[in-house]
Design a protein around this ligand. Structure first.
Ligand SMILES: NC(=O)c1ccc[n+]([C@@H]2O[C@H](COP(=O)([O-])OP(=O)(O)OC[C@H]3O[C@@H](n4cnc5c(N)ncnc54)[C@H](OP(=O)(O)O)[C@@H]3O)[C@@H](O)[C@H]2O)c1
Length: 374
């Protein structure tokens, strides 16, 4: 039985929650654009999860040395907690005015500014937003790097599009989890290492980059047969950006919302429309993941099969593929990554506002109703 399989979940909420945190979490439940001191419920849940104390084999923690996790958001908090529970020494690197400093300290971590954290550690984890990498790397990281260090990226774009240029004396690797930080932590705590990830090596100066990368993967709970897929920084960067823009996030939400408004504009109730075009999506995706597209079609009604073939290809036609190719070109050329890195604070604020255009109050109302009642 693996080390992770032996671990049991233990959610000792009442004992471990500082009252203040819990209050913030409850208060936050339905807020949008919450002020700095209010933490999203997910963050609080993440901090409350306790893994059974354990430690990795000394060789694993030795391969990593002291770890600086830069950022304490979705991935950063999960990875820092998992590393610590695996017996690694961890320091969190955050800007001096970061809202996350308090959260990291309350979770019991040492916190320093980014340059000090980088200088003090052997393994440096880039767990902060990609659009900040270029600036932060140039101003606070590059001058602190020294031989023997390993830089771990969680996404390939910054290296692939040359937004950062690590010096030759450090190892540079990537471990890109196939899921959000909350799942990285949940699965570590539960001891069911379901999460998979892409891995790649960009620079192997020490000759031990793969060994160190695998030690990192194990320490954060992503390991075992069939869990790690080798790729390159370039392929991961392009594939990830393309997937989220055209299918997983951008494309999917447009499709759902177009279906929803087509039905409601034709007089069908919002609840009914939501149940038909969104609520069942995960069940269909689950069938596709388990049995393939062909297997999914074998398991739905004749009407659904016939209608899919009649309408699907007309809807997602050659024009969609043409526009997908245009999006791909923009990603491959690095134009998208450069545009992202150049976003100003004002533009980032506007982005949050503009995202509301991807949905509508009617849709959100129906989604909330079924979220709460089911
Ligand atoms: N999210 C995912 O599902 C996912 C999956 C796979 C890989 N990844 C990759 O993981 C990395 C982190 O993504 P994420 O979604 O976890 O990020 P995130 O949650 O948006 O990161 C936010 C954290 O980074 C801090 N931060 C902001 N600017 C910083 C800077 N200049 N230096 C240090 N810390 C800074 C924030 O502090 P404040 O609180 O002050 O803002 C906050 O603690 C990215 O490379 C991403 O592509 C993400």
């Amino acid at each position: 039985m693996s080390l992770f399989a032996k671990r049991r979940v233990s959610l000792r909420i009442t004992l471990l929650v500082p009252n203040k945190i819990l209050r913030f979490a409850q208060h936050d439940r339905d807020r949008v654009g919450a002020p700095a001191c209010i933490w999203p419920v997910e963050d609080v849940v993440l901090l409350l999860m306790k893994a059974k104390p354990t430690s990795m084999r000394p060789a694993t923690t030795k391969a990593l040395g002291k770890c600086a996790v830069l950022g304490f958001g979705g991935q950063g908090a999960a990875i820092a907690l998992n590393l610590r529970d695996s017996g690694c020494e961890v320091i969190i690197g955050l800007p001096t005015d970061s809202k996350s400093r308090r959260k990291a300290r309350q979770a019991g971590f040492a916190v320093a500014n980014v340059s000090r954290a980088v200088a003090s550690a052997q393994t440096i984890v880039f767990a902060f937003p990609d659009h900040c990498h270029q600036n932060t790397f140039a101003k606070e990281i590059v001058d602190q790097l020294h031989p023997e260090q390993i830089l771990v990226f969680l996404h390939g774009a910054s290296v692939s599009f040359s937004l950062v240029a690590p010096p030759a004396e450090v190892d540079v690797v990537m471990l890109a989890p196939h899921g959000p930080g909350l799942s990285v932590r949940e699965q570590f705590v539960a001891g069911n290492a379901e999460m998979s990830a892409f891995w790649a090596i960009h620079q192997d100066t020490s000759g031990k980059a793969k060994k160190r990368l695998m030690a990192f993967a194990k320490a954060i709970g992503i390991s075992g047969r069939g869990k790690l897929f080798e790729t390159t920084f370039d392929d991961e960067a392009v594939g990830d950006l393309f997937g989220e823009q055209t299918v997983l996030c951008g494309g999917l939400t447009e499709l759902i919302h177009a279906g929803f408004t087509t039905l409601t504009e034709a007089g069908i109730s919002a609840d009914n429309a939501y149940l038909e075009v969104c609520y069942q999506l995960d069940l269909i995706v689950s069938l596709i993941k388990r049995f393939g597209i062909e297997g999914m079609y074998q398991r739905i009604s004749v009407a659904a099969k016939y209608g899919s073939l009649k309408t699907g290809p007309k809807l997602i036609d050659a024009g969609v593929k043409k526009r997908m190719r245009a999006a791909l070109k923009e990603i491959q050329s690095g134009a998208f990554a450069r545009e992202l890195s150049a976003l100003t604070p004002v533009q980032l604020k506007k982005l949050e506002k503009d995202l509301k255009k991807m949905t509508s109050p009617e849709f959100e109302k129906a989604a909330k109703k079924f979220r709460e009642s089911c």
